[in-house]
Structure formats: structure tokens, C-alpha cells
Ligand binder design. Structure first.
Ligand SMILES: CCCCCCCC/C=C\CCCCCCCCCCC/C=C/C(=O)SCCNC(=O)CCNC(=O)[C@H](O)C(C)(C)COP(=O)(O)OP(=O)(O)OC[C@H]1O[C@@H](n2cnc3c(N)ncnc32)[C@H](O)[C@@H]1OP(=O)(O)O
Ligand SMILES: Cc1cc2nc3c(=O)[nH]c(=O)nc-3n(C[C@H](O)[C@H](O)[C@H](O)COP(=O)(O)OP(=O)(O)OC[C@H]3O[C@@H](n4cnc5c(N)ncnc54)[C@H](O)[C@@H]3O)c2cc1C
Length: 665
């Protein structure tokens, strides 16, 4: 706790129990407690220091990442941390590195696609870090189009081996995190060829480096693909390039849970959907949604606290200036982002539940919810990451000039976060997947097939295509049914419009191609409906703590009405609401901002972030921003000397030359 609390007055105006809001945010009292313990463990350990990160060279930064990962592992083992605790500790270390891919993709790929025997062999090695793994799917020539990958795995029945080969430059693996310098093994995705036939993409466990001296194995060419956007940020990760020259692996290193190659070279496909091969991506997409709320809430926490500290204008007669948080424009830019952080948090929890449920059904050979899992993970990943990336940049602007300093934490947060819009599926490509499923669902309505899960609302097509909103006052927009109906009608009408337009094209495929910009918008509308619905459902639950439910209710309304206001064109064009009702929604939004204002600082305190994790002089808990900014400036390497290096070579001669010229005049 800070000695001087410059934000004490702000905290005193909160109309709810912050400790209970922490529980609502974290999910349970236990979750608050564990997160708190792990955050403090990291913050108090000098090895995990990160305030100098943006000033390190790439090599120093990479070594620092290796050091932190090794130290984290040492602490995990020494303290006998549980999986939950270890995962949190890794998050609070807050530096992308090979361990993310080892735990986040290599291990899940083996779990999801390996047979029991394969899991038995490989997982214990991975769990103890006797091997380090990555996920090598993307190639120089293809990322989005997984079926277009070129690396080959040709079965040789003479030796009972697969020959892994990179036939072209574009088949070089390119991007996998942890591949460049750290990994000893990879799950490599390659075209399986046996008995002269190409059976498409399959996963293989391939050793890349010696376990003795880390040198690449014969036939393997490896390296880092080079510096990336921003200072610090994702440059701690060794995204890599990998080429194979006829590298041989035993047949049993093909991941054989979904399909097998026999000793004789026969290809056998188990009776399961082939899309299960994409299971690791589905798993990571759902975890990315949960991560979006973390990144967004960090940025919002910094911007809210700083906006409460920062004063500008408003005093002609020597009185106090206005806190920038009191400007209505600041509120209308910032509070929707605060509400979005909460919205993403709750939809992330729901998605995690859905993922677990689908996984259990898959274990029981029930594949009926696979499409729902794909649509929800792909769509929510796309919408939450795009919004979060834009929001971090908006928070930087909300912090004025100081937001542009590395010490604000925002430039690095943006740089580290923004590739989330691309990795694990480019957001446009993923939204088009959602649109395809929407079109399929619309086309099945005529045959009477009842849509299920998050598409169930489409079953009310007769009603939703012609309903008119009953809203007649600003307060009417506080009714969740009014919001739900408007969002459902907008999403359905946009999807049906697209389907009608596509049906007029020469072919379904051509229509889909021509109408893809509209399809993207329809997919976004559907996903926004899911987020709004899950927020409304959350608020309907019993939520303990004085004023907590009321605050969440207000944030839920802010989120929904902000989306309505921002996409008013959609709502009007599809005739779901009238211009007058749109104006009433905006009026209500203004009232809600006024309601959020006294609670704003406490609402970001509820995220329970340590100053170490926030990594921002502007977002400090105590609000003592100016001395911290001043002190931080002097730490820059440029300030190590009063007269800069280069003065004698470049500045002095220049100045002297000009002086000479002037003296001659
Ligand atoms: C310090 C100490 C450490 C201590 C340790 C503590 C413990 C830590 C523990 C855990 C850590 C967790 C951390 C997690 C975070 C991870 C970090 C993330 C870092 C980022 C790394 C990035 C990785 C990557 O980017 S990997 C590469 C990703 N690539 C992609 O996403 C490619 C995108 N493309 C595709 O997915 C596909 O190509 C496609 C879907 C676009 C098209 O596929 P295609 O086969 O061509 O299919 P299509 O014809 O369109 O459709 C055919 C039918 O298939 C359906 N379908 C498609 N996809 C799926 C699917 N996934 N699931 C189900 N169904 C699918 C589609 O709808 C069609 O159906 P239809 O019915 O036939 O119409
Ligand atoms: C930081 C980072 C980490 C990564 N880590 C890994 C990793 O660990 N392992 C791994 O295997 N990969 C990894 N990747 C690769 C990542 O998964 C791919 O970059 C991603 O899937 C996008 O594919 P792409 O690069 O081929 O983009 P492209 O598909 O080439 O995209 C280029 C443009 O084309 C558009 N486009 C493409 N297809 C269509 C379409 N059908 N319709 C309309 N528009 C389209 C896209 O919207 C985009 O605007 C990583 C990437 C990054 C940036």
C-alpha cells in the first residue's frame, strides 16, 4: 500500500465494495488470493525486474528472457507450485518467451493429437523440461491457408521412417515462437505422403537440436527470423526459421490419435472429423480471449488512474484545474473501454466453459458441438484482439504526451499485444470462418432445422425479421430485453441480407467472395451479440458484495449502448430501431458515464494489479506520477553523461563550422 495516496479522494467516492469486485473479476475468492500471492512473489524478486527492458539490445533481452524463464522454473520447483500457480507466475513475469509455446502449444498438441502411448513417452519429458518444444506450422509461403503448407513427410517402408523435407524456399517454417534459438523439439505440420499418395497435413514430433550441445541435428537448418515491431515487446521471443533436408524420424513420431500409418505404409483415418487436427489452435484461441481482457484492463487501469491525476484547464481565477477524467470527451472514450475489459473477462470465462464442455463431448465421441466451438473461439478471438489492440493505442492518446513515453508502459504493451490480431489466425480470415457458418445456418432455416447454442436466436427468424423496438424513453434502454432484442434483430437481419445477396450470384462461392466485406460486418454483429448476451447473463446471476451487481449492471449497459451507438448505421439500416431510439440510447449512455465516473478508479483497482505488473509510471497505485516520471527520465542511458557521445565527432565541428561562417560575414 502506498504511503501517500494521491487517488484517495477518488477511492473514497466509490459506491461499491472493491474487495468483492475483485472476487467478481477474478472468478472466486481463491482466484484473488492465488493471483495476489503470485503477483507479489514476482514483484519482489529482483530477477523479474522489467523496468529497463526497452533499453536492452536484442541479444541482452533474449538472454534476460532465458534467465527469467530458468529462474521462474527454479521457483516453481522449489516452492512446489501447482499448475494454476505456475501459470499465474508465468503471466506475471510478463515477458514473452519460449515457455509460452512449450506449455501453450507443444504440450497441448501432443495431448490432443498424440495416442496414449505417445503421450506417455513425450509428456513426462516436456513436463520436466528435459526437452523444449514449439509449434511449427506456418511457413514462409503459407500461414492462413493451412492446407497449402508444402513441407513433406514421406513414409519409407524400408526403414519404417518418415523423411521430413522442405522442397522449396516457401516451405521453410517461418514464425514459430521458441524455434529460433531455444527449442530442442517441434511439432511440425507437414503433408503426409505414403504409397505415393498425398494425404494432406498431419503433425509430427521432430527433434531439431542436440540434447548435449544444442547444435542443430544433421539436415536441420535453424535461425531467428529477425527483429520485430517496437522496443522490448515481442523481441524477447525467438520466432524462427527452419528447413529440413531429408531428415528421418521413426514412424511412431507421427501424432497418431486421429489417423495412423501402419508398418506396411497403409493410411488409416479414425472415424473422427479431420478438423480435430486444428484442436491446438482452438485451445489457444480461447486462451487468447481470456488474455485480451488482461491486456485491455492493464491499459485502461493506466489511463483511468492517470486521467484522475492529470489536470488541465478550467481555472481562470487561481482555483483548481479540472481533472481530465471529468471531461465528457475523456469519459466517452475511456469508459466504453473499461466496460469492454469487464465484458471480455466474462465472455472469456464463458468461452473457457464452452471449450471444456466441447472437449468432454469429444472424449465421448460426440462431435456435434465442434462447429460451435470453432465459430465462438475464432470469432471471439478476432473481435476481442482487434478491439484490445485499438484500445491500447486509444489509452496512449488518452494519456496525452506522457503516454508516448516508454515509462508509461503503453508503447510496449501495444507492441507486444498487436500481433494477437494476426497470430493464431488472422482476424479477417477467422471472421470469414464465422460468416461461413452463419450462412450455412441461415440456409438451413428454410428446411426447419433449429439452430442451437449461440446461433439459437436465429430460430426466431419470423419474429426477429419484422420486430420493432418498443423503446420510447432513454431509461427504456436499461431493460436488458430491449437491448437483447435489438442486437439479435441486427445480427440476424445482417446475416439474412448477406445470404439473400449471395443467392443472387452465379455461384455460392462467387457470391461469398463478392460479399465478403459485408460478411465480415455480419460476423462482427453476431459476435458482439454473444458478448452482450454473456454480460447480461452474468449480471443476472447472484453477485455478492455491496453495490457490485449495480456497477456491473451499469458497465453492461455502457458496453451494449456504446456498441449500439458506434454501429448505429447497422441498427438503422436493418430497421431494428428508429433514429429517435438511437438518439435515446446515446442520451442514456451519457447518464451511465456520469454514474461510472465516481467509481472509475475503484473499478480499475478491482483488477488488483501490482505496480510491477502494470509497469507504468502513469498507472501507479498511489498516483504519485510526476516525481516518478522525472526520476525515470534520468535513468535513460543518454543521461549517463552530460555531454553526449558523438559531440566531438559531429556536434562540435558543426557548431564551430557555423560560427566560423558567421564570423566571416
Ligand atoms: C516461466 C515458467 C513457465 C511455467 C509454466 C507455467 C504453465 C503455463 C501454462 C500454460 C500457458 C498457456 C499460454 C497460452 C498462450 C499461448 C501464447 C500465444 C502465442 C502466439 C503463438 C502463435 C501461434 C500461431 O500462430 S500457430 C499458427 C496459427 N495458424 C492459424 O491459425 C491458421 C489459420 N487458418 C486456419 O485455421 C485454417 O486454415 C482455416 C480455418 C482458415 C481454413 O481451414 P481449411 O481446412 O481450409 O478449412 P475450410 O475449407 O475453410 O473449412 C472446412 C470445414 O472445417 C471447419 N473448420 C475449420 N477450422 C476448424 C476448426 N478449428 N475446428 C472445427 N472446424 C473447423 C469449417 O467450418 C468447415 O466446416 P464445414 O462444415 O465443412 O463448412
Ligand atoms: C508474433 C507472431 C507469432 C507467431 N507464432 C507462430 C507460432 O508459434 N507457430 C506458427 O506456426 N505460426 C506462428 N505465427 C504465424 C501466424 O499464425 C500467421 O502469421 C497467421 O496465421 C497469419 O497468416 P499469414 O502470415 O499467412 O497471413 P496472410 O494470410 O498472408 O495474410 C495477409 C493478408 O491477407 C488477408 N487474407 C488472407 N487470406 C484471406 C482470405 N481468404 N480472404 C480475405 N483476406 C485474406 C489477411 O486478412 C491479411 O490482411 C506467428 C505470427 C506472429 C506475427
Amino acid at each position: 500500500m502506498a504511503e501517500v495516496d494521491h487517488l484517495a479522494a477518488e477511492r473514497a467516492t466509490a459506491r461499491f465494495d472493491v474487495e468483492e469486485m475483485k472476487v467478481a473479476w477474478a472468478g472466486s475468492r481463491h482466484a484473488v488470493h492465488v493471483a495476489d500471492r503470485m503477483a507479489r512473489l514476482v514483484a519482489s524478486d529482483p530477477v523479474f525486474r522489467k523496468d529497463n527492458r526497452t533499453m536492452l539490445s536484442r541479444k541482452e533481452l533474449f538472454k534476460d528472457t532465458l534467465r527469467k524463464a530458468a529462474h521462474a522454473w527454479k521457483r516453481i520447483v522449489e516452492l512446489r507450485l501447482t499448475e494454476e500457480e505456475a501459470d499465474l507466475l508465468r503471466q506475471y513475469v510478463d515477458q514473452p518467451g519460449y515457455v509460452d509455446l512449450h506449455w501453450g502449444m507443444f504440450v497441448p498438441a501432443i495431448k490432443g493429437q498424440g495416442t496414449e502411448e505417445q503421450q506417455h513417452k513425450w509428456l513426462p519429458l516436456a513436463y520436466k523440461f528435459q526437452i523444449i518444444g514449439c509449434y511449427a506450422q506456418t511457413e514462409l509461403g503459407h500461414g492462413s491457408n493451412v492446407q497449402g503448407l508444402e513441407t513433406t513427410a514421406t513414409f519409407d517402408p524400408k526403414t519404417d521412417e518418415f523423411v521430413i523435407h522442405s522442397p522449396t524456399l516457401t516451405s521453410s517454417k517461418w514464425w514459430p515462437g521458441g524455434l529460433g534459438k531455444a527449442s530442442t523439439h517441434a511439432v511440425v505440420y507437414a503433408r503426409l505422403i505414403t504409397e505415393g499418395k498425398d494425404y494432406g497435413i498431419h503433425g509430427f514430433i521432430v527433434q531439431l537440436r542436440s540434447l548435449e550441445d544444442h547444435s542443430p541435428l544433421p539436415g536441420v537448418t535453424l535461425g531467428d527470423i529477425g527483429g520485430k515491431f517496437g522496443s522490448g515487446a515481442y523481441n524477447s521471443m525467438d520466432n524462427g526459421v527452419l528447413r529440413f533436408d531429408h531428415v528421418r524420424i521413426p514412424r511412431d513420431q507421427m501424432l497418431m490419435r486421429l489417423s495412423q500409418v501402419t508398418r506396411e505404409g497403409k493410411y488409416v483415418h479414425s472415424n473422427v472429423p479431420k478438423q480435430l487436427l486444428y484442436g491446438t489452435m482452438v485451445y489457444v484461441r480461447q486462451s487468447i480471449v481470456a488474455d485480451a481482457s488482461k491486456a485491455l484492463s492493464r491499459a485502461v487501469c493506466i489511463a483511468v488512474r492517470y486521467s484522475a491525476v492529470r489536470k488541465q484547464f478550467g481555472s481562470q481565477d487561481g482555483g483548481p484545474e479540472t481533472q481530465v477524467l471529468n471531461y465528457k470527451t475523456q469519459q466517452s472514450r475511456l469508459f466504453p473501454l473499461l466496460a469492454s475489459a469487464y465484458a471480455f473477462r466474462f465472455v472469456g470465462d464463458w468461452l473457457n466453459w464452452l471449450y471444456t464442455d466441447v472437449t468432454q463431448k469429444l472424449e465421448a465421441k460426440d462431435f456435434s458441438t465442434l462447429q460451435e466451438a470453432h465459430a465462438c473461439t475464432a470469432g471471439l478471438k478476432a473481435v476481442t484482439t482487434s478491439v484490445t489492440a485499438d484500445a491500447i493505442e486509444e489509452c496512449r492518446k488518452l494519456c496525452g504526451g506522457h503516454g508516448y513515453l516508454n515509462s508509461s508502459g503503453l508503447p510496449e504493451l501495444f507492441a507486444v499485444y498487436v500481433p494477437a490480431c494476426t497470430y493464431e489466425g488472422d482476424n479477417v480470415v477467422l471472421l470469414l470462418q464465422v460468416a461461413r457458418i452463419l450462412m450455412k445456418t441461415v440456409s438451413q432455416l428454410a428446411s426447419g432445422k433449429q439452430p442451437v447454442g449461440t446461433m439459437a436466436y436465429m430460430g426466431k427468424v419470423q419474429y426477429l425479421m419484422q420486430c420493432k423496438s418498443a423503446v420510447s424513453s432513454a431509461e427504456d434502454w436499461l431493460n436488458p430485453d430491449a437491448i437483447q432484442e435489438a442486437f439479435e434483430a441486427r445480427a440476424l437481419r445482417m446475416a439474412v441480407n448477406c445470404a439473400q445477396n449471395i443467392s443472387q450470384a452465379a455461384s455460392q462461392e462467387e457470391g461469398f467472395y463478392e460479399r465478403s466485406p459485408d460478411l465480415l460486418e455480419a460476423a462482427v454483429a453476431h459476435i458482439q451479440l454473444i458478448i452482450v448476451t454473456k454480460f447480461i447473463e452474468k449480471v443476472h446471476q447472484e453477485i455478492p458484495g455491496h453495490g457490485v451487481k449495480e456497477q456491473l449492471q451499469a458497465l453492461c449497459n455502457v458496453y451494449a449502448l456504446y456498441i449500439l451507438h458506434k454501429h448505429l448505421g447497422d441498427f438503422l439500416a436493418t430497421g431494428c430501431i428508429t433514429p429517435r431510439q438511437g438518439a435515446l440510447a446515446n442520451e442514456q449512455l451519457g447518464k451511465l458515464y456520469a454514474q461510472v465516473r465516481p467509481n472509475a478508479v475503484a473499478l480499475v483497482d478491482a483488477f488488483n494489479y501490482t505496480d510491477h505488473y502494470l509497469g507504468s509510471v502513469l498507472g501507479r497505485y498511489d498516483g504519485d506520477v510526476y516525481p516518478a516520471l522525472y526520476e525515470e527520465a534520468w535513468k535513460d542511458p543518454l543521461n549517463e553523461t552530460v555531454v553526449p557521445e558523438g559531440y566531438h565527432e559531429y556536434l562540435r565541428p558543426l557548431i564551430k563550422q557555423q560560427q566560423l561562417k558567421l564570423s566571416r560575414l
